[in-house]
Design a binder for this molecule. Structure first.
Ligand SMILES: [Zn+2]
Length: 322
């Protein structure tokens, strides 16, 4: 590892074959999303040979940490049955697949596991894992919402199994509720799952406010779309979340980092500014400092406006450094 890495620069990890999950051009979850994030980070000197890690290695057991054997085989077979260039829907839900999708989704999971390795080894205090397809809608036996495998949930289990971490917090600030993450950890109090999401939209779960009593591990906060959403989100992340995290005492913080809560996003009605992602990130870094520098690994979820992705990802990575 080079010696001249600024102390607080996060690792930026991405899946080398992300373009091979080649959904049609008009699909919102296109490979341009990752293209523009990587370009923006490079342009702002936040991604270089010193902190950039392109992943080609597969962690073969990762998928089964959170998904059934039958579901993994279903995805593998559904993709393998397609001809080169053919596009289809996954049988369980609204996920566009091509022949290479299974393999690319495995690489996304591998990228998350590698990001966790990098922070656990102490190479970096934090990591931003820029992957597609996203993951938080994928349940243990059901892919949906552009998601095949639950990247962040598998990351949490991987940290427990490979690194002996007993308590992991997942902070999900994507516009949508992470129904998959909730389903996977509903009965597992070793994982704290916190989700803010727009009330009344896809996937329809998480609509009842569950702030949770002390010690409860699922916190769902639906928020009305519109101009008031920005202050509601910032108030939660800056003023309420710190106490909840300090009470849970995680040994790893994972972020389900959707940039679709941005005001420019075409899919929702939240009104975050790009810089707010930096503010929310700084709040988490501050909490981490109070938790013996608990590592943070952020994993890309949604976000479908390319300008918002550029600006928000730069603000997010800068947030790790201040
Ligand atoms: Zn989303």
């Amino acid at each position: 590892m080079p010696q001249n890495i600024p102390l607080k620069l996060p690792a930026v990890v991405w899946n080398g074959r992300y373009k091979a999950h080649a959904v049609p051009k008009q699909h919102p979850e296109s490979s341009h999303r990752v293209d523009v994030i990587l370009e923006a980070l490079k342009k702002n000197k936040l991604l270089s040979e010193e902190n950039g890690v392109c992943v080609w290695r597969k962690y073969s057991h990762g998928l089964r940490l959170c998904h059934s054997k039958a579901y993994v085989e279903l995805v593998e077979k559904a993709c393998a049955s397609l001809n080169k260039g053919e596009v289809a829907f996954l049988p369980t839900g609204d996920v566009t697949i091509v022949r290479e999708s299974f393999s690319v989704a495995q690489d996304a999971v591998s990228s998350v596991c590698l990001g966790i390795d990098l922070v656990m080894q102490g190479d970096f205090p934090s990591a931003f894992v820029v992957v597609r397809p996203p993951g938080h809608h994928a349940e243990s036996e059901k892919g949906m919402g552009f998601c095949l495998f639950n990247n962040v949930a598998i990351g949490a289990r991987y940290a427990q199994h490979a690194w002996g971490k007993s308590r992991v917090a997942i902070i999900d600030w994507d516009l949508h509720h992470g129904n998959g993450t909730e389903e996977i950890f509903l009965k597992d109090p070793s994982i704290l799952y916190v989700s803010t999401h727009q009330r009344g939209i896809y996937p329809g779960t998480g609509q009842e406010e569950v702030r949770g009593k002390k010690g409860e591990h699922i916190i769902n906060i639906p928020i009305e779309g519109g101009p008031s959403s920005r202050s509601a989100l910032l108030d939660f992340y800056l003023n309420e979340l710190p106490e909840r995290l300090l009470e849970f005492k995680p040994e790893l913080i994972l972020i389900s980092c959707g940039f679709d809560a941005h005001k420019l996003d075409p899919l929702g009605g939240f009104t975050l500014e790009s810089e707010d992602y930096g503010e929310m990130t700084r709040a988490l870094v501050k909490i981490s400092a109070s938790l013996s520098n608990c590592p943070i690994v952020s994993v890309l979820e949604g976000g479908y406006n390319l300008d918002a992705l550029r600006e928000s990802s730069v603000a997010h990575v800068l947030g790790f450094m201040h």
